[in-house]
Design a protein around this ligand. Structure first.
Ligand SMILES: *Cc1c(COP(=O)(O)O)cnc(C)c1O
Length: 377
C-alpha cells in the first residue's frame, strides 16, 4: 500500500474507549451523536465503534443520515431531529428510526408518513426551553403535547421521548442552564398531565452530561466528547478522554530562505534572519482553516513548528528554524497531543473557533484511514 501524501487517521479503539468512559461517568443511557459524518470521523465507522463502546442510541440530524446507518446494518435505536417540510417520514418510520417533531404541522407530516408506510411511528417531541433554535416554543407546547397524545390514541405512533437542548452548557455557571432545566421539568409535567409516558427524557449534550448531573435524566446525547475532544475547555475534569482523529501530511519541500524574505501570499510574515521552511501540501481546500495563518503550529520531528504567512488553498509554510528535515518527512498537523503534537483544540484556539468545526470541516484531498487495532498514537 502506498502511503497517502496527506491522511486523516481515525483510531476507532479511542472512540470505543471514550464512549465507555462517558457511560461510566454519567451512569445513564448513552446516545452517541454521529451527525455530520461522525463529526468528520466517518458516520458508519464511528457508529460501529460507539455501539461497541456501549451506545444505546445513535443520534443524527437528518433522516438520510439515519437511513445510511440502517443501510450499513445498524439495527439499534436511532433518533433524528431536523426535518424540513416535505421530509420522507415514511422511509424513516419503515426503517424503525425515531423521528422528532417540533410543531403540530410537523405532526401532520408524520401522520402522512404513518399512512404511507402502514407502520406505527416512534415519535419524540422537542421543546424549546431557551435556545430559540429548533423545538416547540413553550406557548405552543400544550397544543403539541395534546396532538401527540391524540395520535397515540389513534394508534399512529408511540411517543418514545421528550427532549430539549442547552444553549450554554459549555459555561457551567451560566444562569441559562438552571432556567432551561427548570423549563424542561415543567414541560415534562405538562406532557405527563396530558397522558404521555415517554421512555426517555433527555436534555444534556457532552458538556452538560459531564458537568451537570441534574441534567442527565434518562439519556445523555454525547457528540464531541465521544471523539475525545473537550466540550467545555477550562471546565472539564480529566476523565481520560483521548482525541481519536489524527491529521498527517508529508513535507513536499524543505528550503532555505534569506533574512527579510516574505512568506506566502501578501507577505504577512518576513524572516528576521535566514531560516529553513517546510512546505505542507494541504490547505483551506482540505479544511485547514485559513484563519490559522501565522497562528497555528504543527509538529515535525520532535518539535512544534509555527505556521508562517497565510494558509493557501493547497499548501502552507512552516518555519523549521534552521533544521533540515527531509522532504517526505511526516508532519503531525493535529492529533491526541500525547506525542507533543497540537490538538484540534489548539487549532481551534489559533483561529477563534471551536474544535467541533476543526474536525467536522477537515476533508478535501486528505485520504481517510481507519485503525481498528489497540495501538497508541
Ligand atoms: C449536535 C447535538 C448534540 C451533541 O452535542 P455535543 O456538544 O457535541 O455533545 C446533542 N444534541 C443535539 C440536539 C445536537 O444537535
Amino acid at each position: 500500500m502506498t502511503r497517502a501524501r496527506a491522511e486523516i487517521v481515525v483510531e476507532l479503539p479511542l472512540i470505543r474507549h471514550n464512549v465507555e468512559v462517558l457511560r461510566a461517568h454519567t451512569g445513564v443511557g448513552m446516545m452517541t451523536v454521529v451527525k455530520a459524518d461522525g463529526y468528520g470521523h466517518g458516520l458508519v465507522p464511528a457508529a460501529v465503534a460507539a455501539r461497541q463502546g456501549g451506545a444505546d442510541w445513535l443520534g443524527v440530524a437528518t433522516i438520510d443520515e439515519a437511513l445510511d446507518l440502517r443501510a450499513a446494518g445498524d439495527t439499534g435505536r436511532v433518533l433524528c431531529w431536523l426535518g424540513v417540510p416535505g421530509e420522507d417520514y415514511a422511509a424513516a418510520i419503515a426503517a424503525d428510526v425515531d423521528v422528532t417533531a417540533y410543531s403540530v404541522a410537523e405532526l401532520a407530516e408524520v401522520t402522512a408518513g404513518v399512512r404511507a408506510s402502514g407502520r406505527r411511528a416512534r415519535l419524540q417531541l422537542k421543546v424549546d426551553t431557551g435556545l430559540s433554535r429548533g423545538g416547540a416554543p413553550l406557548d405552543t407546547w400544550p397544543d403539541v403535547v395534546a396532538e401527540a397524545r391524540a395520535g397515540e390514541e389513534r394508534g399512529d405512533w408511540t411517543v418514545t421521548g421528550i427532549w430539549s437542548h442547552f444553549a450554554c452548557s459549555d459555561e457551567p455557571d451560566h444562569p441559562a442552564n438552571d432556567d432551561q432545566e427548570a423549563a424542561f421539568r415543567a414541560a415534562l409535567s405538562t406532557a405527563e398531565a396530558a397522558g404521555l409516558r415517554p421512555e426517555v427524557r433527555h436534555l444534556a449534550n457532552s458538556a452538560a452530561a459531564i458537568l451537570r448531573p441534574s441534567s442527565r435524566f434518562d439519556l445523555v446525547r454525547c457528540g464531541l466528547a465521544s471523539y475525545g475532544l473537550d466540550p467545555a475547555p477550562g471546565h472539564t475534569p480529566d476523565l481520560g478522554l483521548v482525541p481519536a482523529m489524527f491529521a498527517f501530511a508529508d513535507l513536499a519541500m524543505v528550503k532555505r530562505i534569506g533574512a527579510g524574505a516574505g512568506v506566502s501570499y501578501g507577505h504577512t510574515w518576513h524572516a528576521d534572519e535566514a531560516t529553513t521552511v517546510g512546505l505542507v501540501p494541504v490547505g483551506y481546500g482540505d479544511g485547514i482553516p485559513r484563519h490559522a495563518g501565522n497562528r497555528a503550529e504543527v509538529m515535525v520531528g520532535d518539535r512544534r513548528r509555527p505556521v508562517r504567512g497565510r494558509i493557501c488553498m493547497d499548501q502552507f509554510v512552516v518555519d523549521l528554524d534552521g533544521d533540515r528535515p527531509s522532504a517526505g518527512d511526516r508532519v503531525r498537523i493535529f492529533g491526541s497531543g500525547l506525542w507533543g503534537e497540537p490538538t484540534a483544540q489548539d487549532w481551534a484556539e489559533a483561529c477563534d473557533t471551536i474544535s467541533y468545526e476543526i474536525v467536522t470541516r477537515i476533508g478535501g484531498r486528505f485520504a481517510r484511514r481507519y485503525n481498528d487495532e489497540e495501538t497508541s498514537r
